[in-house]
Ligand binder design. Structure first.
Ligand SMILES: [Zn+2]
Ligand SMILES: [Zn+2]
Ligand SMILES: [Zn+2]
Length: 364
């Protein structure tokens, strides 16, 4: 073992899309400041008589918005959120965003019952079901944007496990329609627009190209010693015909994975049925890899897509929609919260390799 590998990787990496976000990659044992998060005890029951999201208890949920298919044997439902963080005009709550800018708390907050089976994990859902779920996300997102021109962003996300903020055990996602564009999305959209103005190329497409073709060796400037070799596919976790799952070079979370369309697309609403079918396949295999490597993961995933409003109209060529999956394997420390500098204790290269090498069932 040489000196380098005994010390592990220790470097600050800058998020190429949002350079104000950086992460400290510190793999040496002494650098691990975080407490491990216990894996969520999996509730694997198929049906729970007292659960309002289980089939047969439809009258125990807030009003239904849609169901697929339209029968008692529904597989996916959308209902109003019992405790919305935003309401329609009847609610007078205020929201605070960014520089204490108070905005009217107008919006929508809905719950998607992802599957009629109570405790099913995403990687256990069929590809067809996942395709339908992604289709329901798309349908509802489109309906919400069309319903009110004041809406600027429709965020679809899923929390799984208590550490990820899920309060209901039954598998579900949420949709929040906002009258403002969240700051992290504004940063992604405007920074990728700046990149496009300079380079006439989408930065996300560039990162995908690099993940697929880049091969280089980085030498230490003074000693001439090899610092790191970057190999073809080093960051690729899973690849479909139309989608790719990659481990970001500057991952905030140890097991964070992003899924992006291989061909440029700025808006999730533009994804075709064939696109969603391939997304479902890549998602199922990616989640199965995460489950195989970390087991019982608690995670958040969310969709980032082109926002609405005149400030964001010209980002079709520069923005590239994606799904971010952030498993929570540890609790952020005071250092991280205080500095805004995330500490990642597994190098993204190592994590990607483990995920790629995970053994998946043959039929997946
Ligand atoms: Zn249930
Ligand atoms: Zn692109
Ligand atoms: Zn994003």
């Amino acid at each position: 073992m040489d000196d380098k590998s005994r010390q592990g990787v220790r470097e600050i990496r800058i998020n190429p899309i949002v350079p104000t976000e950086s992460v400290l990659i510190a793999t040496a044992r002494s650098m691990r400041p975080r407490q491990s998060e216990e894996p969520a005890p999996r509730d694997t029951r198929k049906h729970v008589p007292t659960c309002p999201f289980c089939r047969g208890n439809e009258d125990k949920t807030p009003p239904e918005i849609l169901r697929r298919p339209e029968s008692d044997e529904w597989e996916i439902r959308i209902v109003e959120n019992l405790y919305p963080v935003l309401g329609d005009d009847r609610n007078q709550s205020n929201l605070v965003f960014g520089l204490q800018q108070a905005i009217e708390g107008y919006g929508r907050h809905e719950v998607i019952v992802d599957h009629y089976q109570h405790g099913i994990a995403v990687h256990e859902m069929s590809v067809e079901h996942l395709q339908n779920l992604f289709g329901v996300y798309q349908l509802r997102m489109g309906q919400l944007y069309a319903s009110d021109e004041r809406l600027r962003y429709v965020l679809v996300f899923k929390n799984f496990g208590p550490a990820a903020g899920a309060s209901m055990a039954h598998t579900h996602s949420q949709i929040i329609a906002l009258p403002v564009v969240p700051q992290n999305l504004q940063d992604e959209v405007s920074n990728s627009r700046n990149y496009f103005e300079k380079h006439h190329h989408c930065i996300f497409c560039t990162l995908i190209d690099e993940a697929l073709t880049f091969e280089t060796t980085i030498y230490d400037r003074t000693s001439g010693e090899v610092v790191r070799r970057i190999n073809v596919g080093q960051y690729v976790v899973e690849r479909g015909e139309r989608f790719i799952a990659i481990k970001p070079f500057a991952s905030r979370y140890e097991w964070e994975v992003h899924i992006l369309p291989l061909h440029h697309q700025s808006d999730y609403l533009d994804a075709s049925e064939e696109d969603l079918a391939d997304l479902a396949r890549v998602m199922k295999r990616t989640m199965a890899r995460l489950d195989a490597v970390i087991g019982g993961a608690q995670y958040n995933y969310f969709l980032h897509s082109r926002p609405r409003g005149k400030d964001w109209e010209d980002c079709h060529q520069s923005y590239h929609w994606h799904l971010e999956i952030c498993p929570r394997t540890s609790i952020p420390t005071g250092f991280e919260l205080g500095s805004g500098l995330f500490v990642n204790t597994i190098s993204p290269e190592e994590a990607a390799e483990q995920l790629r090498n995970a053994e998946l069932p043959d039929d997946l």
